[in-house]
Design a protein. Structure first.
Lengths: 500, 162
């Protein structure tokens, strides 16, 4: 009988009967654990601290690449430059005589809003395309927030574009508004597809309004939102065929087409192809589901070539478990430890249908991943000393961040939970902190009993440390406000919000 | 947003760059340079020659006057519209417009060429019946109609000036 240990034999080395036997053993262990929840994991040894120079199986995987803030800044500046170019294109396609003609002003504004609106739509797509060099610096959560904040602009500009041009052409031809719409659809090239694109855009915009989005199921809303790619593709043809800046200007047309093609390429590669490639290469599957607390489980996955998965502590993946009821959704969960090839671990708190379904995952379930994403890493540090503040399930990101901190760096870890049993991974955190000559404070109790203003007492040199906060949204907001008030500069506060 | 000033500066730079490039490389019928009356040189770089045979060689606008009673012809300005360049020749006799013909037409692509061929006869009828350049545009050929009207107007101005 093979003994189970962290350097688990590879699947190819085990014969089929051995796989069945192992799976039975793990399932038996999981059943037994119902009587004693605090049993250690059968496959994953989370406190194993590798010595230097050990590069074989059992060591941790490659560290994540260092983010370069200048890349993100350069990208932002380029985006601004492009917007100026678009406005310039619209302005230089006009003349005074055209402006003063009937409908001239509406025509000019229609062209301007069309150019600016479609350019900003491209920026929107690029923001969520998960380009690694930018995502590493800003973080997926900030990019999503930017995407949401920018959204009203391209939407209103494009709707204004459609209305203004219809009005302008109707004025010139002295026909009615509706008649002009019919003319557009019948006698101009590519206007039918452009109108379909506009309808899709408006529909997506309406479903994204908060009060409407609340009532739609997340998966349905997501599927609708993806139609935006289709809308953009449909709209491209009419821009090239009808835009006054493009017709008769082959160079401008070429540049515009290249920008569109480039955006499509970036999306195809980083949003779709790279995650698929990673999932196929690493071939993750669940080997064990292991209880950590009352409604929290750790899921341990095994995969191939995990030594080459470059992850920084504190990063997360989007997980897609290929089993009935879960395969069409991808949810973000942090790794709760650095990968120990061939194993990965994530820890999930069971709130909502999906997270409860995670607790019922069967060993052997295939997993697809997208990532690693997140800027909540030690690379964001501005100063050598840190304070790590974890609320509830936020301790997962903190726990994996800890592994990336160097020895003897004296971290202060504050774990906040409502009940004693909600404090998970405490032995691991304690071990890691001890190794780094730091200290852990566990603050357990309800919000009225524990006040976070005590932070300055717990951490006297708070102002000289970088602060990392992870947890539910309300908790993170309160703690960030508190530490800012206590004098920690904004650049030194890093946070990760766990939304439900 | 911390990087906001840099973004604004970059936008302004992009805008200035495009306007600068356009002003350097193209005809004065662009925004910022007054265009009414004075002779316009033919636009050179921005519009490629059309593919069809309808385009005559563009000729610089000129006025001719015939010495016989009351007949005059004038060629209007070359009006650049988004899809091409158009100028017309107006023939007047005894104070009435008797003919409007196309002096030069270059369009950017086939669609505009077809459109112009269809629409120009209709526009000619409009000018002849209105006896002025104040015509209503043909639906579906807004830019072409405007360019036609402006060119007719400048030709009429020239005739009056003679």
């Amino acid at each position: 009988m093979r003994r189970l240990d962290p350097s688990f034999p590879r699947r190819s080395e085990m014969g089929r009967p051995c796989q069945v036997f192992t799976r039975f053993w793990v399932r038996l262990g999981m059943e037994l654990r119902k009587f004693n929840p605090v049993m250690a994991s059968l496959t994953f040894d989370p406190t194993h601290v590798p010595q230097r120079g050990k590069a074989r199986r059992g060591a941790t995987s490659k560290p994540g690449p260092v983010p370069r803030p200048k890349v993100a800044e350069a990208a932002t500046i380029l985006a601004g430059l492009g917007l100026g170019v678009c406005v310039g294109l619209a302005v230089t396609a006009e003349s005074w005589s055209q402006l003063s003609a009937t409908g001239g002003l509406a025509m000019f504004l229609g062209n301007l809003t069309g150019l600016a609106g479609s350019y900003l739509a491209l920026i929107m797509v690029l923001l969520i395309s998960r380009v690694p060099m930018v995502e590493r610096v800003l973080g997926q959560d900030k990019l999503l927030a930017l995407h949401r904040r920018l959204a009203p602009w391209p939407i209103s500009l494009i709707i204004a574009h459609a209305l203004l041009l219809t009005v302008a052409y109707a004025e010139v031809a002295r026909s009615g508004f509706l008649h002009q719409i019919r003319t557009f659809l019948s006698s101009y090239p590519d206007m039918v597809t452009a109108t379909i694109a506009l309808v899709v855009l408006v529909a997506i915009a309406i479903t994204s309004i908060y009060s409407v989005r609340r009532r739609i199921r997340r998966e349905r809303w997501w599927a609708m939102h993806l139609l935006m790619y289709l809308a953009l593709a449909l709209a491209f043809a009419h821009e090239i065929a009808l835009g006054p800046s493009f017709v008769g200007h082959p160079l401008t047309r070429l540049v515009w087409s290249l920008v569109w093609a480039g955006t499509a390429g970036v999306v195809l590669v980083y949003r779709f192809a790279l995650p698929i490639y990673r999932s196929l290469r690493h071939r993750l599957e669940v080997v064990e589901v292991h209880e950590e607390g009352p409604d929290t489980v750790s899921v341990i996955c095994r995969g191939r070539h995990l030594e080459s998965l470059a992850v920084s502590g504190g990063q997360f993946f989007e997980w897609r478990f290929l089993t009935r009821g879960m395969w069409w959704q991808a949810h973000p969960f942090s790794l709760s430890a650095r990968p120990r090839p061939p194993f990965l671990r994530l820890t999930v708190k069971g709130i909502g249908d999906y997270s409860s379904a995670v607790a019922r995952l069967q060993p052997g379930t295939r997993v697809m991943i997208e990532g690693p994403y997140g800027a909540f890493t030690t690379h964001a540090r501005r100063r050598p000393k840190v304070v790590l503040i974890a609320g509830g399930v936020g301790v997962t990101a903190i726990r994996s961040l800890l592994e990336d901190l160097p020895r003897d760096c004296d971290p202060v870890v504050i774990v906040r939970a409502s009940n004693a049993e909600d404090v998970i991974l405490s032995s691991e955190v304690a071990e890691l902190v001890r190794h780094r000559k730091g200290r852990v404070h566990e603050l357990v109790g309800s919000r009225s009993e524990v006040r976070m203003d005590r932070l300055s007492e717990l951490v006297p040199d708070l102002r000289h440390r970088d602060v990392y906060v992870a947890g539910p949204e309300g908790f993170v907001n309160r703690v960030v406000a508190t530490v800012s008030r206590l004098g920690v500069p904004k650049d030194s506060v890093h946070f990760e919000v766990y939304s439900l | 947003m911390r990087r906001a000033p840099a973004v604004v500066v970059a936008s302004a730079a992009g805008f200035a760059g495009i306007v600068g490039m356009h002003a350097v490389g193209s005809a004065p019928t662009t925004l910022g340079i007054a265009s009414s009356g004075p002779v316009q040189p033919t636009p050179t770089t921005t519009v490629p020659p059309s593919t069809s045979s309808q385009s005559a060689t563009t000729s610089p606008p000129k006025s001719q006057s015939s010495s016989s009673g009351g007949t005059g012809t004038a060629v209007g300005n070359s009006e650049q519209y988004g899809y091409g360049v158009l100028s017309v020749k107006v023939t007047e006799q005894a104070g009435r417009i008797v003919d409007v013909s196309v002096a030069s037409l270059q369009t950017a692509e086939q669609y505009s060429q077809n459109l112009a061929q269809q629409v120009i006869p209709m526009l000619k009828n409009e000018v002849l019946s209105a006896q002025s350049a104040r015509i209503s545009a043909i639906s579906g050929a807004t830019y072409t109609s405007e360019a036609y009207a402006y060119s007719v107007q400048s030709a009429l101005d020239r005739l009056k000036a003679k």
